[in-house]
Write a protein that binds this ligand. Structure first.
Ligand code: AMP
Length: 624
């Protein structure tokens, strides 16, 4: 028998520590993990969970995609006192999307904890329903800072019984101008509470907060391994427009390949994807940690011998796997740390051969993508999905080849006799009969595919900036002071329009306050907020041209720096002087991330009508 699976302590396997069973999580939580299909804890989970369970304060330097949500949610749920109906846990997140996502994760991991309630609270949502939900006694609250602050002031949320506070994506909260609010909330928490602080980067302001409010925190930072073989060509596809499964099948069809390993995150996903590929005619099989070692080894033998071509695996199941004929590794789900990526792609390019690694990256996973590029010290090239023309040319070639092959076999006398007779009886040309037969053979599946419009494909909005060195500086991201930028005077980018808002330097607004308020109140992803120019008594903001009416109406009443925005659209061409009554002095210009025409189509989340009737009440700023 092969030793492919037994050399398991090679590569990054050493760093994937332990199992969930080693972590002393509660029974209902363990049951949920099993059902969700997680095989092993991710590095941040295996290191963070023990500290969390001991009640220690912790700092986790981790970004989205590392499994950080489960790193705090699983131990919190293992410790929760279900009978206590006062909020025991507060998670602060920078955006409402993240708040909802985190609340959903809690719900998923708590599916076997009876009487558990989690409540997301965020700006842009009606107060009435939030107040009713708060009265129902959720044990865990996940919220954006501004709205949490509002409820604390109104006394509709009390933190007297709080045992754990999580600051999720602390650096992002800083960037969005929420850090004063976060500090204010921290001041309202009881002395003896556990704090878990997560941040992808550690700017000085976050360090300061950690020093001031955390009690001898344990620090968890996952070190990255950096070696990837130079024989492996690495590409990524930005998940957009096309469904991942369709993208995968296009790639499988168009790329000349030998054996392929496709990596997914969960056990369930291995078998689901294997079944879907089998249904599409591929010889695919799954391996995961639930399978017996012997049956895993049998599957790998089949792959080695070419009896199957595609293996769908989890990280654990593919540890140390050494099969020479692997021409491609496809990361269908992005790995949760850079070491896993390095380990995964090391399954190709074996024995001196060249290999190909393809990574699927969703826009929200871009931080992990950059971390991978940084850790491997290699630029991963962008790939476009094979076009309809490429696929169709291949399909036609294959079809023609099949005809040639069958003719070469030359044993179809029975059919020639039948067709000869048919031709005489019906008096139709042979070509027409051949075409009819081809149609029958093709069945319902069309031979040719149609292309999706190219406009559905877009890149990370800030990637080009970064590549050209013209993107937001580290200072920008950290919310610190920015330099004057001559591009301030430029017209808005295509698909964007310039808006005037009635708050400026004299109201002490920072760009982060504006981004935060608009992002959360208008339901606009912050990446679609473009250039911001702050003047003495007003500011201008570039946003997607097609702003829905109700969002526009709602933004009139939102406050930043105590000022109602009273948003107006500037006439045209984007000179920031237009419509201005204010003096133009000390202009600061801030370049946001969003800038392409896609923004106008995709930027705004749906808002309910009632939102525009809501009266936000803020003392200092209305940021979420
Ligand atoms: P997060 O970094 O919390 O945004 O998590 C990213 C993704 O990883 C989510 O889709 C989780 O469901 C998934 N995930 C978290 N922990 C694990 C694990 N131990 N095994 C597999 N997937 C996981």
């Amino acid at each position: 028998m092969t030793n492919t699976l037994t050399e398991s302590m090679t590569d990054s396997a050493k760093s994937i520590t332990g199992t969930f069973a080693d972590l002393s999580l509660s029974k209902p939580v363990m049951k949920a993990i099993d059902e969700v299909g997680y095989e092993t804890p991710s590095p941040i989970q295996s290191r963070m969970i023990p500290y969390m369970l001991q009640g220690k304060d912790v700092i986790g330097q981790a970004q989205t995609g590392t499994g950080k949500t489960a790193a705090f949610a699983l131990p919190i749920l293992s410790m929760i006192d279900i009978k206590n109906k006062a909020p025991q846990v507060l998670v602060l997140t920078p955006t409402r999307e993240l708040a909802i996502q985190v609340a959903e994760a809690f719900q998923r991991y708590a599916c076997h904890i009876k009487g558990f309630h989690v409540l997301p609270i965020y700006g842009g949502q009606e107060y009435g329903s939030q107040l009713r939900a708060l009265k129902r006694g959720p044990q865990v609250i996940v919220g954006t800072p501004g709205r949490v602050m509002d409820h604390l002031r109104k006394r509709s949320l009390k933190l007297d019984a709080l045992s754990t506070l999580v600051l999720d994506e602390a650096d992002e909260m800083l960037r969005m101008g929420f850090i004063d609010d976060v500090e204010w909330i921290l001041e309202q928490t009881p002395d003896k509470r556990q704090i878990a602080l997560f941040s992808a980067t550690m700017p000085s302001q976050i360090h300061r907060i950690a020093k001031r409010y955390l009690n001898s925190p344990a620090e968890v930072m996952i070190k990255n391994k950096t070696a990837t073989a130079s024989t492996i060509s690495q590409r990524y596809w930005m998940v957009s427009g096309t469904h991942k499964l369709d993208a995968l099948t296009r790639i499988l069809e168009a790329e000349p390949h030998d054996g392929i390993i496709i990596f997914v995150r969960t056990k369930t996903a291995t078998s689901e994807l294997a079944e879907k590929l089998q249904a599409r005619g591929y010889s695919a099989a799954a391996i995961n940690g639930d399978m017996q070692q012997s049956s895993r080894e049998q599957t790998i033998e089949k792959l080695k011998k070419g009896r199957i071509d595609i293996l769908i695996a989890t990280d654990v199941a593919a540890r140390g796997l050494d099969v020479e004929r692997i021409s491609h590794v496809i990361n269908y789900d992005i790995p949760y740390d850079t070491e896993s990526y390095i380990h995964r792609i090391g399954r190709t390019g074996r024995a001196g051969r060249s290999g190909n690694a393809i990574l699927f990256v969703a826009p929200r996973e871009r931080r992990m993508f950059y971390a991978i590029e940084k850790a491997t010290n290699k630029k991963i090239d962008r790939m476009e999905l094979p076009s309809a023309k490429v696929l169709n040319d291949k399909r036609v070639d294959k079809f023609r080849q099949q005809i040639t092959d069958v003719i070469a076999e030359d044993d179809f006398k029975l059919f020639t006799d039948i067709l000869e007779q048919y031709q005489q009886e019906h008096n139709v040309p042979a070509l027409q009969i051949a075409a009819a037969l081809a149609k029958i053979a093709q069945g319902d599946e069309p031979l040719l595919v149609k292309d999706k419009p190219q406009s559905q494909q877009r890149d990370f909005s800030d990637r080009d900036d970064r590549d050209s060195g013209g993107g937001r500086s580290r200072r920008d991201r950290d919310g610190g002071p920015r330099k004057r930028n001559s591009r301030a005077e430029k017209a808005p980018d295509e698909g964007m329009a310039r808006f005037r808002i009635e708050c400026g330097h004299k109201h002490q607004v920072m760009p982060g306050n504006i981004v935060g308020a608009i992002a959360n109140e208008a339901g606009l992803d912050s990446k679609f907020i473009g250039r911001i120019n702050i003047f003495d008594d007003y500011s201008t903001v570039d946003m997607p041209d097609k702003m829905p009416k109700e969002v526009f109406a709602h933004l009139q009443k939102v406050r930043v720096g105590g000022q109602m925005l009273k948003i107006t659209r500037l006439a045209s061409e984007g000179s920031s002087d237009e419509g201005s009554s204010g003096k133009r002095s000390k202009t600061k210009s801030f370049k946001g991330k969003g800038k392409n025409a896609e923004a106008s189509k995709k930027g705004f989340a749906k808002r309910s009508k009632s939102n525009s009737d809501k009266k936000p009440s803020r003392r200092k700023s209305s940021k979420d």
